[in-house]
Design a protein around this ligand. Structure first.
Ligand code: PLP
Length: 395
């Protein structure tokens, strides 16, 4: 019998009391344990049934000794890249394991640049991009996205070229982009790669959100752009299938020499261990998870529409970015005229825990990121709580 995925997503899982950051840290981080968590980027959906079954079966075995991570997970990830993302010529040799994608960004920075080098990032952007650059003793070259009056977000290639001409050594790209939800097109990525190649600058690309693509859009992997043969791509099944706690991510690196440099850096940092459950969950997710994922993307599109309609009807002063991918929405609350801490506290007090804009760059106070990866009824409660906050602002 066909699985009713929508019913599974509507049901969700009650994550409270599982030591989960999203729900169980609300008291300490938002001073409101009863708020609806719409912040950290994981979802409230159970992983596909085949993944849960694989983990349970393995758990029953009872022995969890050292494991090699070059088996079924690599084969499944290679097939996923080739099949779902249409990357040509994928080889199992390309894959290099890494616990997390932020770890992968850090390793890319350490492996591909030297202390003091300048690295380009495009803001607003998921905070750890800047953090890994600074932690590694490199400098950020900030290439702000262009925010059009129509609400669009585009790369500023002219400003990027000034940076490249001025000595930027690495382009650290987020594709699809967190927090705007842009799914960069093949044309945009082709232009970006051509520009970086003109200055001989490699691209390290975080594609952790590659699978969460709204109907009508298509993710283009950096690995399928001609000229990006030296790119380093980091990915994981963690966001897609709600597996972040299993700490299993990977690089796909077509160029052999670059791959060896990455491997050496991972080894130097001691990031070579593997998690038995992470491996097999990865393999099961990529092998069996496509129908579940297709249903998830439809569900998330309906959640997006629900958010857009709710703001249009009740809080039209709040700008809602029309996202093309990710389960994150980027919202402009600047019309409320509140300092960022007051805005965050007001929303949390009224029962809506969102990420503050400055997590994505110093200029983005007054913006908020909203996580819609939750059953509709919980999303609606969160939106109702945001409306309560709006009523307080209106007085
Ligand atoms: C763009 C992006 N990269 C990386 C991560 C985190 O990845 P990991 O938990 O594997 O370090 C996130 C999580 O929100 C993200 O949005």
């Amino acid at each position: 019998m066909a699985i009713d995925y929508k019913a599974l997503f509507d049901q969700g899982v009650d994550r409270r009391g599982t030591n989960c950051v999203k729900w169980d840290a609300l008291g300490s981080l938002y001073q409101n344990p009863d708020a609806i968590p719409m912040w950290v980027a994981d979802t409230d959906f159970a992983a596909p049934p085949e993944v849960v079954e694989a983990v349970v079966r393995r758990a029953q075995h009872g022995a969890f000794g050292y494991s090699a991570h070059d088996g079924a997970d690599v084969r499944a990830a290679a097939a996923w890249l080739a099949g779902r993302h249409k990357v040509e010529g994928v080889s199992e040799d390309w894959f290099v394991f890494c616990p997390g994608v932020v770890d992968a960004l850090y390793v890319s920075v350490l492996a591909l640049t030297k202390p003091g080098d300048r690295i380009a990032i495009q803001t607003p952007l998921y905070g750890p991009f800047r953090m890994v650059v600074e932690k590694a003793g490199r400098e950020v070259y900030e290439n702000r996205l262009i925010h059009g009056a129509d609400g669009s977000w585009k790369m500023d290639l002219e400003n990027l070229e000034r940076g490249l001409a001025g000595g930027v050594k690495l382009m650290l790209l987020c594709s699809p982009h967190n927090p705007t939800g842009r799914v960069w097109t093949r044309a945009e990525l082709t232009d970006l790669v051509a520009l970086c190649n003109r200055y001989n600058v490699p691209v390290a690309c975080d594609e952790i959100h590659a699978d969460i693509i709204m109907p009508g859009y298509e993710h283009t992997s950096i690995l399928s752009i001609p000229g990006a043969e030296k790119a380093v791509m980091a990915m994981a099944p963690s966001k897609t299938f709600n597996l972040a706690g299993l700490c299993h991510s990977f690089f796909a690196v077509p160029d052999k020499d670059t791959r060896e440099v990455m491997r050496a850096k991972l080894s130097e940092l001691g990031l070579t261990g593997s998690n038995v459950f992470g491996e097999l969950a990865c393999a099961a997710a990529y092998t069996y998870g496509a129908p579940w994922l297709d249903a998830l993307n439809e569900y998330l599109q309906a959640n997006r529409t629900c958010v857009e309609e709710f703001f249009a009807a009740n809080m039209p002063e709040v700008g809602v970015t029309k996202g093309e991918g990710t389960f994150l929405m980027w919202l402009d609350f600047t019309a409320w005229g509140l300092p960022e801490d007051d805005l965050g506290a007001l929303l949390a007090r009224n029962g809506a825990a969102l990420n503050k804009g400055t997590f994505f760059g110093a200029d983005w106070g007054g913006w908020m990121r909203l996580n819609i990866g939750t059953p509709r009824r919980i999303l609606e409660q969160g939106l109702a709580n945001i409306l309560k906050a709006a009523r307080e602002v209106r007085g």
